[in-house]
Structure formats: structure tokens, C-alpha cells
Design a binder for this molecule. Sequence first.
Ligand code: SF4
Length: 316
Amino acid sequence: MENIQQIAFGPVPSRRLGRSLGVNNIPGKICSYSCVYCQIGRNFKMTTTRQAFYDPEIVFKTVKTKVQDVLSRGEKIDYITFVPDGEPTLDKNLGKEVNLIKTLGIRVAIITNSSLIYDPTVQNDLLNFDLVSFKVDAISEEIFRKINRPFKGIELEKILEGIKTFSESFKGTLITETMIISDIDYGDEFDRLANYLSTIKNLNKAYISIPTRPPQESWVKVPTEETLNVAFAVFESKLNGRVEHLIGYEGNEFASSGNLESDILSITAVHPMREEAALKLIKKDRGSFEVIERLIKKGLIKRIEYQGHRYYLRKL
Ligand code: SF4
């Protein structure tokens, strides 16, 4: 089974989750969407069929070892987060995995694109998490199709209903994330989004984000400040104090496990790394920049420029 060492990575800094130790429960990039702003790269495979990818015991043992290693180095973990190279709810073993990981006594989160939430088995699995983050980029079919480019058969209406139904019984922290990008005619979409979000029970926070890392399609840029401000004001008018911008860079504080090459490979697989962050990690590990050049030469990572910064990204 390839990529096992990359099942657990980080911790990486996260505005929403503090120090988040990532669980990559999907091998390669398998997703139900092909978002124009995706930071992971082009889709390998699109599907809506839930499948078993890894043995849940292997996922658990890998995460447990990583947690012990990180804690023994005096690093902090706020959340263990399912945030893979694709859509985490496509994993049929998700429920088993979260229950095993919860025995470690650290809060467990998941960042999902919401596409399968109408499926009762997915809802049951997600009920076990301490925090669930749903992607809600659009309410209108046209904008949804343009931004998220869903796999055939996916129905937006069922997703929006599914989130609402789930929110009725979920006892943990529920947040949403709405990505706003350039070159989309949003019209009154922000009103519709705000109206919809206000119907989700116990919504803790609605985050508005922008593409801060290199996107899949080069035409995708950050929206204008005016668009962002309008979106914020409209959301705020319905959600009173529960709206936050997620527009800054999340920081350079990536944890080191002592194996620099493997850390860079596992982090860049799901999280493009800014050059400053890579340099900081290298320094922490008393390594040299040669490791980056070596990984590029081996064809394992690539270097890209975005918004005036250099990033390193895993080649899938
Ligand atoms: S951004 Fe997330 S949901 Fe969209 S294609 Fe990438 S992995 Fe899938």
C-alpha cells in the first residue's frame, strides 16, 4: 500500500483549528468536485461512490504514532483533522476511523466539500466528529457548476437540504466555508447564501475565504476588496457576529517530525507550502535547502509562483 507514511502529517497552522494534525485518508486525489480554485492540482479521479481505501487500524496506528511523536517533541495539537487529497467522506471507513482516533483524547475535525451529506451513512459518520466544516460556495446552480464543477448526478438542492438536516442532530461545532473568487457574476448570490446559512441550526461560524494558494485554473484570482466587503456585510446582516474572513496566509509554523524529506512530501501533498515556511521547517530540522532541490529533481514536488510568492507543491 503506497503513501502510508503520508496518512498523517503536520501539525500545520490553521486559522480555524489552531495546530492541526492532518489525516490524509484518501490516496491520490479522488474527489466528487473539480473546483476551479483547488490547490491540490488536477483531479486524478472523480466519483461519488464511497470506497474503502485504507485499513482503519492502519490509519489509526499511523495517526497514533504521529501524535505520540509530535507530543514527545513538546509540540501542541489542537485538532486531528481529516483534510485529505480529495473528499474525505468518500472513505467508507470514515466512521470507524474517527471513533478509533477519538480514543487519543484530542478533538477531531473534518473539512468536507458537503457533496455526500444527503447520504444517511455519511451523516452518521460525521455525527462522531467534534467539528465539521462544510463547503458552501453557491446556492445557485449556475455558480455551483462553474466553481465546484461537480461529478455527474450531484444535486445541489439535496446537499443544501442535507446540511440542514444534519445540523438538527449534530452536537459538535459546525462551521461553513464559502470561497469567493474573481470573474464570477455573483449578482444577489451573497443574499441567497446569507439567507441559507442563517437557516443552519447552531452554525458556529461562517467563514469567507479567498484563494490564498495557487489554484487549479490560472484565471482564478482573488476577488476585489469591494466584493469581499459586500459579501461580509451581507453575511453579517443575517448572521450577527458569526462571520469571519479567512483571507490571510495561515503562517509558517509547520511541525517537524525529524524526517525532513517525509515532512515536506506529506505536507505539500495537501497543503502547498510557501518558501518561507519550507525554509523555517528546514531550519528547525537543521537541514539544508538541497532537500527541496533534490525533491524537485526526483520529480516529487514542483515549484510555482502565485501572487508574488513561491510555493512548493507535491506532484501527484
Ligand atoms: S477544493 Fe476540495 S472539493 Fe474542490 S476539487 Fe479540491 S479537494 Fe475537491
